[in-house]
Each structure stands twice: as structure tokens, then as C-alpha cells.
Design a protein around this ligand. Structure first.
Ligand code: ARG
Length: 375
């Protein structure tokens, strides 16, 4: 009897080819799991594509809510930005997808799970460590690490297996996207000297073509979590989508980064993360008003540790739980309003206030009313 394997399925080339490949090479019955984490590019026909490729069952999970409350907002509170540039959209999504994968595997009585990651990236490590951290008895199969096919050979193999592939070649980028941001790699972008062409971007307008007038926006945070835009309460998903749209239209959140992958490669990464950029800037400015200098100094270091271990796929660890506890405690007075200006690719803080503000006008002022003891 074929062994049941649950495959993390995006609907792209690698994971589509993986279905017949698993059937052929592992005598597997393939069940696919697709997690919707809020990418704008989700394939509507993902179920059909999986079944057409030979899967016996195609499951789609709406993970947006879990993603926001259990991954995005904790990382925001932590101030997690890898190498000062990358707000970790993909890195935060992987452990959640791994958790869904595991849940389906248990539910379906599968003994193995599979993912389409190659042996060069970070994502394989994030999947492998997350899965092994939760259930070390599950076998992990990574077809793209075993099959040694070039992209053209994959397409050839897919055609032989009668897959419908949309590989017109006009978009040569490798893209991953979710609510928290979008990453773009490969093609001309592999030359770190070449400016990314406009067609690489979809979340953001170019700063040059963005509106000629600035726009102001107020964000209210409660214990480090953003809950209002301009005094309107918004649920996390809506708040992030609204910010992606608005800040994106002002060209905010583009990043061009030569990044250190955990496997030891430097790679040139382009990101667009409008909401993440704005929220990190706003959140940090509120912390500077509500936390004292000792707290801020340690928080800086915790942020870095947190970003580093999320990047490295260590979400399901005791270390992560320890960091989470510190971060949670650090946020108990991070409540208040931040006023921002969006203009031509820049997000600037222009005001902040908080009921827990440690700023004292009478101590800071150079005017009348100074009560600081100069002696
Ligand atoms: N460099 C980023 C990271 O490691 C983006 C990875 C995007 N992944 C992908 N399969 N396209 O998180």
C-alpha cells in the first residue's frame, strides 16, 4: 500500500512537480496542504492543480488569523528585523505552515511530510527544524533536495507528467509573499549592482510616482499591539492590509539587501513590506517614550536575538519561549498613539503620546517652568 505523505503545496513549479515525483519515487499517496497567509497572489485554482497533478486530497487552510496573532504581532512587539533590514515575512510563515502540515499528517495518519525547498535556502531548515521540534517521528522528504533537476529539467519532467504549468518565462523572479511582506529573488536581481526593475514590485508604487502630497496617519497601540488607525478600531488582518495598501501607494517599505543566509551564502534579496515597515517604526517610537533607558538597551539586544533565531528556524524551542516572555513583559506600558507622515517612499514619525509617557516637559524644557535641579 502506498505511504501517505502530506506535501506543503504552493501551486508553483517545484511543489507541482513534487507530486508526481513523490508518487513515482516514494510510492506515495500525496495529500497537499496549502496555507493562505494573505499573499495577494494566491492561486485560486490551487486545489484543482493539486488534484490534476495526482494528489488524492487537496486541503487549503486559511491561516491569516493565526499568522497575525501568533507570529506577526509577537515579532512586531519583539522588534524583530534581521540584519536591520528584513522584517521576516517568510521566516515567520514557515513555522506556522509546518504546524498545519503536522496537524494534517496526524489527522490523515500519514507517516511523512514533504516540502518543496531546495538545499540552498533557509526555508528547508525552518521546515525541518519546526517539524522535528514538534514531532521527531515524522519522516521529512524534500524532493527538490534529492532530484538534482535544473529548472528546465523540472519543466520537462512536469510536461511528461501532463502537468499544467504556467512557466511562460516572462516572470523570472522567485517570489514568496504573505500579509507581512513579499520577497523577490533570482533573474537579474542576482547581480547586486543592478537596480531592481519596476516590474519586480507589486506591493509598492515607486517613490517617484507616489502622490505629490504627504498623508498623515495615526496608529494606536495597546501593549505593543496596533489596534486603531486614525481612531478606527481594526482587526489585525484588516489593519495590516490597509497599511500595505496606503503605505505601499506612497512607495514605503522597499528593501534591497545583501543578506546572510544561514547555510553560509550571501544573497541579494529584494523585499517590499509596507505595513511591517510602518508598524516597526511606529512601535519603536512609542517604546522610546514609554520604556526607560535600561529597558531600551536590553530590548535592543533581545530584538536582535529574536530576529536571528526566527531567521534560523528556531521558533519551536525553549529559547524562543524565554525571549517571548521577556518581550511580553517589556510591552506592558507600550500603549499610546503615534502620528506618522507618509511621503515619497518615507515614513516619518511626527508625534507620539501615551498615558504611560516617561517624558516630562518640566524636566526637559529650556523655557519657563523648568524644574530640573541644575545643581
Ligand atoms: N531570504 C528570505 C528568507 O530567507 C526570503 C526567502 C523567500 N523564500 C522563497 N522560497 N522564495 O526568509
Amino acid at each position: 500500500m502506498p505511504k501517505k505523505v502530506v506535501l506543503a503545496y504552493s501551486g508553483g513549479l517545484d511543489t507541482s512537480v513534487a507530486i508526481p515525483w513523490l508518487i513515482e519515487n516514494y510510492d506515495a499517496e500525496v495529500i497537499t496542504l496549502t496555507a493562505d497567509l494573505g499573499g495577494q497572489n494566491e492561486r485560486l485554482d490551487v486545489r484543482e492543480r493539486a488534484i490534476n497533478a495526482g494528489a488524492t486530497k487537496a486541503i487549503v487552510v486559511d491561516g491569516k488569523r493565526d499568522f497575525v496573532s501568533q507570529f506577526i504581532f509577537p515579532a512586531l512587539k519583539a522588534g524583530a528585523i534581521y540584519q536591520g533590514q528584513y522584517t521576516l515575512a517568510t521566516a515567520l510563515g514557515r513555522p506556522l505552515i509546518a504546524r498545519y502540515l503536522l496537524g494534517i499528517a496526524h489527522q490523515e495518519g500519514a507517516t511523512a511530510v514533504a516540502h518543496g525547498c531546495t538545499g540552498k535556502g533557509n526555508d528547508q531548515v525552518r521546515f525541518d527544524l519546526s517539524i522535528a521540534g514538534m514531532d521527531p517521528s515524522l519522516k521529512i522528504i524534500a524532493p527538490a533536495r534529492e532530484w538534482n533537476m535544473t529548472r528546465d529539467e523540472e519543466i520537462e519532467y512536469g510536461k511528461k507528467k501532463n502537468l499544467q504549468l504556467d512557466v511562460s518565462g516572462k516572470n523570472s523572479y522567485s517570489v514568496d509573499e504573505n500579509l507581512w511582506g513579499r520577497s523577490i529573488e533570482a533573474g537579474d536581481l542576482e547581480d547586486p549592482w543592478i537596480e531592481p526593475p519596476e516590474n519586480a514590485f507589486t506591493f509598492t508604487a515607486s517613490p517617484e510616482s507616489s502622490p505629490p502630497e504627504p498623508v498623515y496617519l495615526q496608529i494606536y497601540f495597546e501593549r505593543g499591539i496596533p489596534i486603531c488607525l486614525d481612531n478606527n478600531f481594526l482587526e489585525g488582518i484588516d489593519l495590516i492590509q490597509t497599511l500595505n495598501q496606503l503605505a505601499g501607494s506612497h512607495g514605503i517599505g522597499r528593501v534591497d539587501h545583501v543578506e546572510d543566509r544561514l547555510v553560509g551564502i550571501k544573497s541579494r534579496e529584494i523585499y517590499e513590506a509596507p505595513a511591517a515597515t510602518v508598524l516597526h517604526i511606529a512601535h519603536k517610537s512609542l517604546e522610546s517614550m514609554t520604556m526607560n533607558r535600561d529597558q531600551l538597551r536590553l530590548k535592543e539586544r533581545i530584538s536582535q536575538e529574536y530576529a536571528e533565531h526566527v531567521y534560523n528556524g528556531l521558533w519551536y524551542t525553549n529559547f524562543h519561549q524565554d525571549l517571548e516572555s521577556y518581550v511580553e513583559s517589556s510591552q506592558r506600558f507600550v500603549t499610546g498613539n503615534v502620528r506618522l507622515k507618509f511621503f515619497k517612499g518615507k515614513c516619518t514619525v511626527v508625534g507620539r503620546n501615551s498615558q504611560y509617557s516617561l517624558y516630562r516637559h518640566n524636566l526637559a524644557t529650556y523655557d519657563k517652568g523648568d524644574s530640573f535641579d541644575h545643581k
